[in-house]
Ligand binder design. Structure first.
Ligand code: SF4
Length: 508
């Protein structure tokens, strides 16, 4: 336990703090997380702008979901106005003319919840109606964590005296095909009755709540070692705090299936270097344990199997929960950006790029500019099979590009499997992501100097730039950051090929 964990509180004289459903879910993930969120929230890593953009997308979906319930009324009192929100909700419950309540507030057993949608099922006298509790998620299916989310809501709402007929999850239906015009909310959302599964979970709530309340009265955070549970169902914001004293070769950094890590930890092994030689490891795990640079004798020959002009292509996409352009589905990958570094036989390297930076259909312009940039000659180096899948999908929607894309796909040359099979560097730490591979092979080049450093962040920033941000200075700075990020991905491939060729020559 670190000094920061040793939070001095004068023991059991306090009443446990009020919980919310998000705190309950934090407690289910990890008691230490719940404790720190309540008593030492400053130790958390704050969400960045990209995370905020994803949350904003979820809020947008929540508002849209409400529109499916005509005549529904929103509880206007905010999240900090607890008593006012509860009173407002109680008044709405008793008005038989109101078919649905949005953001209704309820408190029971020391837990406050706000319910996304309560739909009146049967009218009764003075609030005695029965209701359907509906949680809205921007995900595409029911997940385990949603059942726990609904279980705590049902515990509180029923405890507060409301009769529930059903408990449901409303989520995005990826089968919906948007053809333009007004969005069909009935088709966009699917409502699944999960009452039975939630009943099983609800039985566990009182004991779980009691354990959480008891731990919150302790003077110190519980001693819980960080491991796989810190990333599921959500990334824990205390990861940096909990792992700051771990060694560089901490056993948890062993890639691949985490069961082996659990077994090794149970044997008291805390670093990769302590793993006994006879332990059964996968190929990658063995390379990480050996921790030495390795070059296959085949590497040089394979790297020379490209033809000039050598293009280096990276595409960026965005996935929108709410489809905005005709002939798209929710969460379909929409290409919005590409970068192409072209290496000529003379050794000169040119750079071309494209970024669709407005809220309109991006695909046609993206494809036309790409086809022109790639021309008809030379290999096209990519890093993963992502670009190929994207081109094949686009060819289905835009038959006019089919033959051009088919020709492009034939020229694709994937650097990732080449590196996986023919080269290893200790600084990969078991990861073949270009974000790990580039700084290991080309130490002068990485992503640390960029505002955007990975694909998920790029997609979230793109969404923020096009759909949320109104300040043009901020929009301009995001645009520049997106261009520099994508450019780095393709320059990375140029430099990786160059340095790996040199290494292969030295190895011969
Ligand atoms: S990082 Fe892991 S161990 Fe630490 S509080 Fe979060 S979930 Fe718990």
């Amino acid at each position: 336990m670190t000094m920061a964990d040793a939070h001095n509180r004068s023991s059991t004289t306090f009443a446990p703090p009020r919980l919310s459903k998000s705190k309950y879910l934090s407690g289910l993930q990890c008691h230490k997380r719940l404790y720190l969120e309540i008593h030492q929230p400053a130790l958390a890593t704050p969400p960045d702008a990209s995370t905020q953009a994803i949350l904003d997308m979820g809020t947008e979906i929540g508002v849209l979901a409400q529109q499916r319930f005509q005549g529904g009324v929103l509880v206007k009192s905010g999240f900090r106005q607890r008593e006012a929100a509860i009173a407002e909700t109680a008044t709405l419950l008793q008005d038989p003319m109101i078919p649905a309540i949005f953001e209704g507030a309820f408190e029971y057993d020391g837990v406050l919840v706000r319910v996304d949608i309560l739909e009146r099922v049967q009218n009764g006298e003075k609030g005695s109606s029965s209701w359907r509790l509906i949680e809205v998620k921007s995900s595409t299916r029911v997940k385990d964590v949603h059942l726990d989310d609904l279980a705590i809501q049902r515990h509180v709402v029923q405890g507060a005296g409301v009769r529930l007929d059903a408990t449901c999850l409303m989520h995005i239906d990826t089968g919906y095909f948007y053809q333009g015009g007004e969005v069909d909310l009935k088709a966009l959302f699917s409502i699944e009755d999960v009452s039975e599964a939630v009943t099983d979970r609800r039985g566990l709530v009182p004991a779980r709540l009691a354990a959480m309340k008891a731990l919150l009265l302790e003077s110190r955070a519980p001693m819980i070692e960080p491991d796989q549970h810190c990333h599921t169902p959500y990334e824990c914001p205390f990861w940096t705090h909990c792992t700051k004293e771990k060694p560089t070769r901490w056993i948890y950094h062993l890639p691949g299936k985490k069961e082996i890590v659990g077994q090794l930890v149970r044997q008291g092994i805390m670093t990769i270097d302590e793993i006994p030689n006879e332990t059964r490891l996968s190929d990658v795990q063995r390379k990480v344990k050996n921790n030495v640079e390795w070059t296959s004798p085949e590497l040089g020959r394979i790297l020379h199997s490209v033809s000039y002009p050598i293009h280096h292509l990276d595409a960026e996409t965005v996935m929108l929960a709410l489809p905005r352009f005709p002939s798209t589905r929710p969460y379909q990958s929409l290409p919005v950006q590409w970068s192409n570094h072209i290496e000529l036989e003379s050794g000169d390297v040119m750079h071309q790029e494209f970024l669709h930076n407005e809220a309109s259909e991006p695909r046609r312009q993206w494809a036309e500019a790409l086809i022109e940039s790639l021309g008809e000659k030379g290999s096209i180096v990519v890093y993963s099979a992502y670009e190929e899948a994207l081109l094949r999908q686009l060819a289905e929607t835009f038959p006019e590009f089919k033959s051009a894309f088919k020709a492009i796909v034939k020229r694709l040359w994937d650097l990732l499997p080449v590196i996986k099979s023919h080269y290893y560097h200790p600084n990969f730490n078991g990861s073949y992501s270009i974000k790990s591979v580039l700084p290991a092979v080309v130490p002068s080049l990485g992503y640390g100097d960029l505002m955007i450093q990975e694909g998920g962040q790029a997609a979230a920033e793109y969404y923020r730039m096009v759909f949320l941000e109104s300040d043009w200075v901020e929009r301009d700075s995001i645009r520049e950051a997106l261009l520099r990020y994508c450019e780095r991905d393709t320059l990375a491939m140029v430099e990786l090929r160059r340095v790996l060729r040199e290494k292969a020559e030295r190895h011969v």
